[in-house]
Design a protein around this ligand. Structure first.
Ligand code: ARG
Length: 628
């Protein structure tokens, strides 16, 4: 058990002894925010004192008199308004490191009560190329799933692909027109996407014409602001409270007919729909393979289609949904922030909504996996949708203990602060982005290490390039927007994947050199056990050694914090600091040039740092390289 957990357990016992009725769930021990106050800290006593109207410092003194941590801590201070600050003993520290060196743990422990999580992430849409907006969901979701698994939880990942809905009406029209014109069906998802885009812009042109006829003044005003057409349409529709653009479009009737046929099971339309899905899936799979991402399930929206009517009927009969202007809706009069935003679950023409599908999805997940928690990773613009979904669910299944989380994230911006686009103003496709990352990484690594054999560059560039893109998505606080900058992304001495990969490769090179100069002592795993015992004694003398050791110790705390708040940026920053502590240690403390016990002990510090870096990068979905 890591020392802070041991301290925590004993603190809980001491609190119980001082206040027998105290609720211990918030009696926690965490790393000190500032190391000058100590190594670990607990603020629990202040809360307990407040609710009992006790003097917090007095309570702290009382608890301290019942607490024995002398084997772990050299001292415990009472600070400020009743904080407890714990100062770890160096001997306790070396002992934990020795255990880790023997392979007993890597500074984290598996959950004593594993939970079941469903993680809904990536979830791109059929017939649209996957773009950088989907990358954040894909990368964040994958990391969260990996962290939860590492901590011993059961995780089901589910890719909720958008493969059903009204857009297929338009797509069917476009597909058939293309076939008539070109004499053959669209052969790839790019063509399909072009068709879709063509229809959308045709609709937009039509819409702008229609709107212009009806509201010429408004159009003139917006035109003067120099907005692009798509923005003008959006703005006008918004300001005017008008319907979606395609309600005005001439292809609307055609699309609706095709959609109705598809929904009624028309074999021709069904076959085309299946081809569209297959084309898109090929594209998605290529990208997932490149990113090293796998899903346990890929149940698209279409999977839930047969259940939707029953969901609506159920919500209606339970009085949760009611009719409103011919449609079925759920109102939230009791929830202030949702009071003016009812959720539609069936339109007046009988079609179902995104929310209806998500309710059916949730029901299926609950029945199938009985999760303790369901996590949805999408962009921040879907916050209202998930607030409505969760609120409906609570009314629908008031008995359910399943926790629902919307893990949302901000947008990716270009260096001009506007949404990230290509130079010609198109949305950036994920495949192109990854290609460019690899090309740029190849240049960066070749420049850094001119001796690198040419044959090795592509593989190194792949790991660095893909790693850099992933890391750039994981490092910022996910709820902010972030500015995408190639130079920042691939900088070798900033907080980047490349920097961490170099730190790791450097540690591996220490071991290669150690092996060269008679490294039996360090690398040979088959030695006698007393020899190994001796080897695992860790001597922490120089301040840089102690600081590095303490940082290693916090790996588990950080993993838990990531899992608790769904924030991988904690882990990125931790690894960056770890690499920094390692550099400071390596500059101050000769490793290969030192002798005997000191050399062995320092090699252990190197090895443990390498292992934590590798494990940390692995949960961020980033591969490592032995040599760069
Ligand atoms: N396909 C949706 C989109 O691209 C995301 C789906 C997220 N998951 C969900 N269960 N709603 O916007």
């Amino acid at each position: 058990m890591p020392p802070h957990k041991q301290i925590e357990q004993r603190l809980q016992q001491a609190v119980s002894a001082a206040l027998p009725d105290a609720d211990l769930t918030n009696v926690l021990v965490r790393p000190c925010p500032d190391p000058k106050f100590g190594d670990y800290q607990s603020n629990a006593l202040m809360g307990l004192a407040k609710s009992r109207k006790l003097n917090p410092r007095q309570l702290a003194a009382d608890v301290l008199s019942k607490l024995d941590v002398s084997d772990l801590c050299e001292k415990v201070d009472i600070a400020g308004a009743g904080f407890l600050n714990f100062h770890l003993k160096t001997s306790a520290l070396s002992q934990v490191l020795a255990e880790a060196a023997k392979g007993e743990h890597l500074f984290y422990s598996k959950a004593t009560q594993p939970r079941t999580y469903v993680v809904d992430f990536s979830s791109p849409n059929v017939a649209k190329p996957m773009h950088v907006g989907h990358i954040r969901s894909t990368i964040l979701g994958d990391t969260l799933a990996r962290v939860l698994r590492l901590l011993g939880h059961r995780v089901v990942t589910d890719n909720h692909i958008g493969d059903w809905g009204t857009q297929f009406g338009m797509l069917l029209v476009g597909w058939k027109k293309h076939e008539t014109r070109a004499g053959s069906e669209p052969g790839d998802v790019e063509t399909l996407a072009q068709i879709y885009k063509g229809i959308e812009s045709a609709i937009q042109k039509e819409t702008i014409g229609e709107l212009g006829k009806r509201y010429p003044k408004k159009l003139e005003e917006l035109g003067k602001e120099g907005l692009p057409e798509s923005e003008i349409v959006k703005k006008m529709l918004n300001d005017l409270g008008a319907n979606k653009p395609n309600d005005l479009s001439p292809t609307d009737v055609e699309s609706r007919d095709e959609l109705v046929k598809l929904q009624a099971g028309d074999p021709g339309n069904f076959a085309i729909w299946q081809k569209m899905r297959a084309l898109s899936q090929v594209q998605f799979d290529t990208l997932y393979q490149r990113l090293g991402i796998k899903f346990d399930e890929t149940l698209g929206e279409s999977f839930y289609n047969p259940r939707l009517q029953q969901i609506v009927d159920d919500l209606r009969s339970k009085g949760i949904a009611r009719e409103s202007e011919g449609a079925m809706a759920v109102f939230f009069d009791d929830i202030p922030q949702l009071k003016d935003s009812p959720a539609l679950i069936q339109k007046s023409d009988g079609a179902f909504n995104y929310t209806t599908t998500d309710l059916a999805t949730l029901q299926h997940r609950l029945e199938t996996w009985k999760p303790d928690e369901v996590i949805y990773v999408t962009d921040g613009r879907q916050q209202l949708h998930f607030q409505q979904l969760f609120a409906i669910f609570r009314r629908w299944h008031p008995e359910s203990k399943t926790k629902l989380d919307h893990v949302w994230f901000g947008s990716i911006l270009g260096e001009d602060g506007k949404p990230f686009k290509t130079r010609s103003g198109e949305t950036v496709k994920l495949a192109d982005l990854l290609d460019e990352a690899e090309e740029r990484a190849a240049r960066v690594v070749a420049e850094k290490n001119p001796d690198l054999p040419h044959s090795k560059i592509p593989e190194i560039a792949r790991v660095v390039g893909i790693g850099a893109v992933k890391y750039a998505d994981l490092l910022p606080n996910r709820q902010g927007d972030y500015v995408f900058s190639w130079d920042k992304l691939l900088a070798l001495n900033g907080n980047t994947a490349a920097y961490l990969l170099y730190a790791y490769a450097r540690i591996r090179s220490i071991f290669r050199k150690a092996a060269e100069d008679g490294g039996q002592r360090t690398e040979d795993r088959g030695q006698k056990s007393e020899d190994r015992e001796q080897r695992t004694e860790v001597m922490l003398v120089v301040p840089e050694e102690i600081r590095l050791a303490k940082q290693l110790l916090n790996f588990g705390v950080v993993l838990e914090a990531v899992a608790e708040d769904f924030r991988p940026n904690f882990l990125c920053n931790y690894l960056y600091e770890l690499a920094g502590h390692f550099t400071a240690f390596y500059e101050k403390c000769p490793v290969l040039k030192s002798e005997g016990q000191t050399r062995a002990s320092r090699l252990i510090l190197c090895d443990l740092t390498g292992r934590v870096l590798k494990q940390g990068l692995d949960v961020l979905g980033i591969e490592t390289l032995e040599q760069m």
